[in-house]
Design a protein around this ligand. Sequence first.
Ligand SMILES: Nc1nc2c(ncn2[C@@H]2O[C@H](COP(=O)(O)OP(=O)(O)OP(=O)(O)O)[C@@H](O)[C@H]2O)c(=O)[nH]1
Ligand SMILES: [Mg+2]
Length: 701
Amino acid sequence: MDILAGKTGGMGYRMNVKGWMAENTRTRRNKFALLLGLVLFPCVMLIGLYQLYQNIGNLETTSHRNVVVLSEKEVQVVNAYHAQSAFGRQMQEWHDVLLHGDNAQDRETYWKAFLREESAVLKAISTMQNAALMAHEDSKTDNLKSVMDSHKVLGKLYREAYGKYSASKSNDATLKIDRLVNGLDRDLYTRLEQISADAELEYKSLAARVVAAQSEEIENVQGRVELNLIAITLLILIEALLVLRAINKSTRDLHKLASESEKTVYHLAYSDPLTELPNRRLFQDRLEHAIVLSNRSNQYRALMFLDMDNFKTLNDTKGHGMGDLLLVEVARRLKNCVRASDTVARLGGDEFVVLLGELSENEISASEQALKIAEKVSRSLSQPYQLNHFVYNCSASIGVTMFRDAGITIEDVHKRADAAMYQAKNAGRNTVRFYDPETQAALEARSELEHSLRTAIEHRQLQVYFQVQVDNNSRAIGAEALIRWEHPKMGMVYPGQFIPMAEESGLILPIGQWVLESVCEQIKQWESNPLTRDLQIAVNVSARQFHQDNFVRLVDEVIKETGIDPSRLKLELTESMVLDDVEDTVVKMHDLKKIGVRFSMDDFGTGYSSLAYLTQLPLDQLKVDQSFVRNIGIKPTDSVIVQTIVGMAHNLNMESIAEGVETQAQREFLGKAGCKLYQGYLFGKPVPLEKFVDSLKEMVE
Ligand SMILES: Nc1nc2c(ncn2[C@@H]2O[C@H](COP(=O)(O)OP(=O)(O)OP(=O)(O)O)[C@@H](O)[C@H]2O)c(=O)[nH]1
Ligand SMILES: [Mg+2]
């Protein structure tokens, strides 16, 4: 693990490998669950089958028991029957012997047989009685007992009769015995018959009950067997579902595992273990791709090569661990400085590269964009580093090269950025250098200009010039305030040369504020002079200035501080500025209108103004752009545009003023079109304050 993780910054690797291992463990767990299911399944089946076997066994035992009970009853019935018939037969024989025996020998023989059979009958009845006693059949026991008693009485009577008969041999006695014996005999016989019939009936009902109970038992067992079978089937289904689910899950986990391990392998191959940035290999792929892309489009791309300054010192004094912490932080800051589409990579050691895409199609503008990012990176990397409890200051040397050529190779781009980085090192470190000397020179000049402009306000190098605006009678009604920069070395610098740079750097804000304050102070001073007190002074407002959150308040404060009549101040806005954020513009213009400030729409006709929003803006004036005025009499469509703008202003209840009027012919055309106000060389160039006042005097004279 630690080998994969590196020393300090390998958290990502550790996470990746851990994730992979977790996936692996989950797959193993699934396998185990599957195995467990397969083992448990036969066990559950065996238990089900065992239950089935037991139910069938119970059924057999019950049947067997019933058969035993029935056969016992049958024996009893047979015994009763035998006893009854044996006794009947015996009675008959006694009767015959006693009444009809011829000689003494016969009687003797029969008498012995009588005694033997009597004891057999008594034994049979006694057995039946015992059985009834055991079965708690009380009435039957009593009945059998009375039969036995009667039998004993009968036997006794026979014995007595035999004795008397032997002694008397009288016919009377014989008849008496005959009647007595016959009556008793019949009674006894009837009762025995009754017992036998009862036993048979009982046997039949018992047999019926046993059959019913047995079929009920069979039904029960059948039901249980069916339940067993259903349970076993359900278990098989559930088991099959579980097995399928486990297989499915395992398959999914295996897929996931495969893709995770693929990602891990990719990560290991293409990223730097310490910072987790793309490594040299991935960077080269991206650079190659960027070169191919730049061949297809006209946009410039840039490669920035960075090397930390004196990084070795940190390693040597605080150890490699501390050095690693710094490198991780450098990577984080670099990523924060660029767009997500740009590539930041670590080549090794303290060397990083940043690949910037989609820059301008113009080389100087693209270089300026790259320089801005390089400076941002440089500033960010120069901030103090908190390395554990230790604060360290460090910087980077940055080399930049621009590329767009079809034929350039990865090695060329790399070498150029590397060479530029060495120039930065040679220039004293903590700096940015471009590979191309011309680009470098142009950027340096621009940077110098920016630096000069920063100090221009303090050194009073900026001045406000005024260009007169006149009415149809060539009477001065106002002026446009225009900024000029009197550079000590470069001489006069015109707005076109420095305003775009001032906009980009944000210097336009203090400059714009300065112009506004200067103009308002001037308006105040002019209030006492009849020549100037009615003039309206137009001030150009830049987009950045206008869209400041506190712009309305700033204007209001200047007006209040200088105490001017706000209607003397006219703010010139451009169409593109309005289009930047129409809602914000509408709100701010209305707020300023409440203060009393007037508005003119500059360069009208050059943008994409829509009538819909034009009517929402509280404009006082439309300014016909000089590009149309210049073409009056030359390009018929521009003449038509001029007429249209003037007509539109009139219809919307606004003034129209034409700028850049240089010839009498232009002025006449504009006059005919309905335009009433003019500005241009025909009436006066932008001039410093004193000259402007002089020109006003001349115009009056
Ligand atoms: N902490 C740490 N140091 C590394 C790593 N890889 C290389 N280094 C060290 O980074 C240092 C790079 O030094 P260099 O850029 O040549 O020299 P430097 O001290 O930064 O001086 P300059 O770049 O000339 O300003 C060397 O001391 C390397 O040993 C790493 O992964 N971690
Ligand atoms: Mg270094």
